[in-house]
Design a binder for this molecule. Sequence first.
Ligand code: PLP
Length: 345
Amino acid sequence: MEFVDLRSDTVTRPTPAMREAMARAEVGDDVYGEDPTVNRLQEMAAAMLGKEAGLFVASGTMGNLAAILAHCGRGDEAILGNKAHTFLFEAGGISALGGVHSCQLPNQPDGSLALEEIEAAIRPDDAHAPVTRLICLENTHNRCGGTCQSVDYTRAVGELAHGRGLAIHLDGARLFNAAAALGVSARELAAPVDSVTFCLSKGLCAPVGSVLCGSREFIRKAHRIRKLLGGGMRQAGILAAAGIVALETMVDRLGEDHARARRLAEGLARLPGLSLPLGMPATNMVFLALDASVPFSTRQVVEELRARGVLVGVSGKRQFRLVTHYWVDDAGVAQAVEAFGTILA
Ligand SMILES: *Cc1c(COP(=O)(O)O)cnc(C)c1O
């Protein structure tokens, strides 16, 4: 069966153009810095984000980890959200591997951290306290519903951080989605931060990889950490080639995914027993709640949908997450709404 796979945009397979570019890719040993395709991807990414340099990494998790380890020493503190991907879904790597202490602030419903709470969380110069070193933001914010952080907000956090001698890292796994939704460039969104990661392997459809961008000096440091983490990948140009095609062909079409997410949300919200706990989608994610009155478990609904060719993610008790992407077309959106409708009728 052909599935309409709405579990995540990580399920996106490479496009035919990507496979072709991969087959033709010129490669070299990237640990020596000799892979021309990796070098080209890194330069492209850095230019698009307005940073001096880029580093191709195996995953967004590795990019965030390398970045935070480059900013913080053991025992230093990083301020992040209590719904941050880095806090919830990266296996605790910053503390397990970096000895980095985390200070979790409540994410606001829009995914931001309140400026006054950041300010209050910065430690005094006191021997009892860890040294605050870093503030981490996330854009779009996954767990808060794919919400966007504005240029103004990012700038305000940047000013706060830099005014207090702190660095700021942006987990921009879906930064290009935020840029598309806000009608600004990714470069503007990344301008206030010292380092930024984005994923090639989500809405941009590449099979593997993320890019970490920052100053030349910062990337030199992160390059050594990538090696330490086992992320020196040799002839990685095969993978980077798909990333180049992703940047060339997939960035400008993300608005289509957002429009489909909106249509999907509208169709589903009309059905009995379903609601949108986080409201209309800001980008490509629809969070859906199953009313207590519906006589099925979350799991039963997932199985019934699967039997009708529709795959969805579960993001909590009686809550689903549906993510639109390149491989979900209008017919797929209609099929998903119809499948929910049949099950809940
Ligand atoms: C997906 C994601 C990551 C990184 O995920 P990988 O699967 O390691 O590539 C980081 N941050 C956010 C917000 C994400 O959604």
